[in-house]
Ligand binder design. Structure first.
Ligand SMILES: Cc1ncc(C[n+]2csc(CCOP(=O)(O)OP(=O)(O)O)c2C)c(N)n1
Ligand SMILES: [Mg+2]
Length: 327
């Protein structure tokens, strides 16, 4: 996508984008602290550095659209409108969490905001989005389905099957790859024979768009264009958002497998700094106003955590609630 084709946001929309990205950043920093304090069980995967991807796509969606994503899905949930309280309670397995404490960090789900599920199995979210897109097509609702996945997932069979079927059936689905250069501890160049994963769209007769995943306006713009195409009945698109995760793959991974200096290079194009700098240059905000916004968000994050910590765990007798079996 060229700089010329990026639709710039107005001041209010930029403020919203800045607020969402900062909320995701601060919430995830605190989630890591909770994990290290053993208050989050299992595992957790942070997308710090990738905030423009989830926030930019969500900002381009309409009510009624749906999303599925990966275990690295805290930002996607918050960007779609999950409350900090519902997220933090879910994170700690509390009964008042978004999934009543059954899902945890990897399974943030809330149908009321269109989040059909975060998935721990690589690629599992693709067919779910296909079902949502087929539903929208049959009902003629005008809604679209968005599915997020990583670079590693583009080597999974169901990725290729989904793109093929979506293209043949012209399903209103947006395939959004967050190429953060690593699948767990493997660099993409060690597992995948091409650099630009958007090229894979050509095999399935759909547009493949390379997008600067650090620039929220580029992400927003590309999503809007692909969404319009899908809503018009012209079928799916594959967007490749070039991005980077600052933290390790999960838990306490510090990323010792990274090339020296790589993280520092990406930090120079931090998605929050990029938008903030653009807004300051345009006279739309000053540093003091941003610091105030950030302070208010930090307060809301801490408040949500304290509230969630005081909430009860699900009752033991309720362990088999929501478990379905035939007969
Ligand atoms: C089917 C399947 N195979 C392997 C795994 C183990 N696994 C978890 S995350 C991951 C890497 C996925 O990388 P990518 O798709 O690039 O997403 P990222 O974690 O970078 O966001 C792997 C192999 C899994 N969860 N599911
Ligand atoms: Mg990856």
């Amino acid at each position: 996508m060229t700089t010329d084709s990026i639709a710039r946001l107005d001041r209010d929309a930029r403020l919203k984008a800045l607020n969402t990205m900062t909320t995701i950043r601060l919430a995830e920093e605190e989630i890591q602290n909770l994990f290290m304090a053993n208050l989050v069980r299992g595992t957790t995967h942070l997308a710090i550095g990738q905030e423009a991807c989830s926030a930019g796509v969500a900002q381009a969606l309409r009510p009624g659209d749906s999303m599925t994503c990966t275990y690295r899905g805290h930002g996607h949930a918050l960007a779609l409108g999950m409350t900090l309280r519902a997220m933090m309670a879910e994170m700690m397995g509390k009964a008042s969490g978004a999934c009543k404490g059954r899902g945890g960090s990897m399974h943030m789900t809330d149908q009321s905001i269109g989040l059909l599920g975060a998935n721990a199995i690589v690629g599992a979210q693709l067919p779910i989005a296909m079902g949502a897109a087929l539903t929208a097509q049959i009902k003629g609702s005008g809604a679209i389905a968005v599915v997020f996945f990583g670079d590693g997932a583009t080597n999974i069979g169901v990725f290729h099957e989904s793109l093929n079927m979506a293209s043949v059936w012209k399903l209103p689905v947006l395939f959004i790859c967050e190429n953060n250069l690593y699948g767990e501890y493997s660099p993409v160049r060690a597992t995948t024979p091409i650099d630009d994963l958007a090229e894979r769209a050509a095999a399935y007769g759909m547009p493949g768009v390379i997008v600067d995943g650090q620039d929220i306006e580029a992400v927003y713009s590309a999503t809007l264009a692909a969404a319009e195409r899908a809503r018009a009945g012209d079928g799916p698109s594959l967007l490749e958002l070039k991005t980077y995760r600052y933290r390790g793959h999960s838990r306490a991974d510090t990323g010792p497998y990274r090339a020296p200096g790589e993280l520092d290079e990406w930090l120079k194009r931090d998605p929050i700094d990029l938008l903030l700098g653009r807004m300051i240059a345009a006279g739309e905000i000053d540093q003091a106003e941003y610091d105030e916004m950030r302070g208010a968000i930090e307060k809301a994050v801490v408040e949500a955590i304290e509230w969630a910590q005081a909430e009860p765990f699900p009752e033991l007798e309720a362990a088999d609630d929501y478990v379905y079996y035939p007969g």
